[in-house]
Design a binder for this molecule. Sequence first.
Ligand SMILES: *[C@@H]1O[C@H](CO)[C@@H](O)[C@H](O)[C@H]1NC(C)=O
Ligand SMILES: *[C@@H]1O[C@H](CO)[C@@H](O)[C@H](O)[C@H]1NC(C)=O
Ligand SMILES: *[C@@H]1O[C@H](CO)[C@@H](O)[C@H](O)[C@H]1NC(C)=O
Ligand SMILES: *[C@@H]1O[C@H](CO)[C@@H](O)[C@H](O)[C@H]1NC(C)=O
Ligand SMILES: *[C@@H]1O[C@H](CO)[C@@H](O)[C@H](O)[C@H]1NC(C)=O
Length: 365
Amino acid sequence: MKAVKILFFFLCCLSSKLALSRHGRYHAIFNLGDSHSDTGNYPRTAAVAFQVIKSLPYGETFFQNATGRCSNGRLIVDFIAEAFGLPYLPPYLAVAKGPTVRTGVNFAVAGASAIDSSFFSAQNISLWTNDSLSVQLGWFKNLKSSLCTTKQECDKYFKKSLFLVGEIGENDYNFPALSGQSMKQLRALVPLVVGATTRTVSMLIEEGAVDLVVAGQLPVGCTSMFLTLFQSANVSAYDKRTGCLKTYNNFLKYHNKYLKQELQNLREQYPHARIIYADYYGAAMSIYRSPKKYGFYGGTPGACCGGGGPYNFNTTAVCGQTGATPCKDPSAFVDWDGIHFTESAYHHIAKGLIFGGFTSPPLLS
Ligand SMILES: *[C@@H]1O[C@H](CO)[C@@H](O)[C@H](O)[C@H]1NC(C)=O
Ligand SMILES: *[C@@H]1O[C@H](CO)[C@@H](O)[C@H](O)[C@H]1NC(C)=O
Ligand SMILES: *[C@@H]1O[C@H](CO)[C@@H](O)[C@H](O)[C@H]1NC(C)=O
Ligand SMILES: *[C@@H]1O[C@H](CO)[C@@H](O)[C@H](O)[C@H]1NC(C)=O
Ligand SMILES: *[C@@H]1O[C@H](CO)[C@@H](O)[C@H](O)[C@H]1NC(C)=O
């Protein structure tokens, strides 16, 4: 009995001590990215392609209202903020004109690309937003002038800040892929997407960032949208274990490998910075490999919110439109609307990144 009590005491106090050290580590988080981390910028822009996220069922589970997040609840960035004891990051466009927020701001915009959007419009590919990484970085620089003035003051402040870059780049590939570009054409984009990402990382370091997390691509070949639009009669197009599309996932793995190499170069260039690679692919794949182990007994593959079809993804009735309905229990589903994850799937991915070894070097070290 006594031993049990001692053990309990040890476990309780050790873990709360760890939580405390985690909580004091950063006083701010800054995030750049796309719909996987946008906490409300997109609805505050003039862009109109993705109106559905402005209303329920988006946000139904945690916020009980649409916040502009592309899910039923919290995103990876929200769980990271929670883990470090910080408030959820407000969208930059909601706070840019108000009093300075000193605990972090989110610059991510749904639909954003890593490469400037003009690159795509020159090829007649229209993205959902022009607020690519370079625009988001410009917003960061605007905000910076309200946070600190001298280099010494800025360095001190940013040394205790965590910078999250990405996931970003998914749209650079998805839009061309959906407009019919070949794998060869997509592969030619990789150095440009990775280049735009690593340039952003360098510029943030030049501005004073020291701790940065740079995310790789997710396995988009497992999403209901891709499984629907790239359906194949050839069984060898699918991964036997997960049912995901092999070719597209292998392409995203290629991006990740390329990104990791470039991050290694950055580490050599900036030895004082801690540049962490976040393996979104691996963290998400652990769910797709054993969904039931994580409580996802709903449709895997298959979206929670959709308008029918074998994967519950229908381009004429997407989540939020007439003809589409959300499932009763989103926590049993990995896929929320065909392309984004449910809150519970984002939670598992976030846990994998924070505690589960899917960051290198580890986020908590
Ligand atoms: C819900 O969101 C809408 C628009 O996003 C907003 O106008 C409304 O005030 C919100 N309601 C609550 C209860 O927060
Ligand atoms: C884009 O579309 C315009 C008008 O339809 C056409 O003239 C042009 O050749 C296209 N450009 C490319 C790169 O496909
Ligand atoms: C992006 O910029 C182009 C060129 O300025 C403009 O025509 C287009 O409407 C913009 N798109 C969005 C979604 O704002
Ligand atoms: C099926 O796909 C495999 C691998 O992608 C390919 O080698 C094979 O030729 C395809 N079979 C048919 C009947 O298209
Ligand atoms: C897709 O949605 C449309 C409009 O609601 C509907 O008519 C159609 O049957 C749906 N397709 C599938 C495969 O469920």
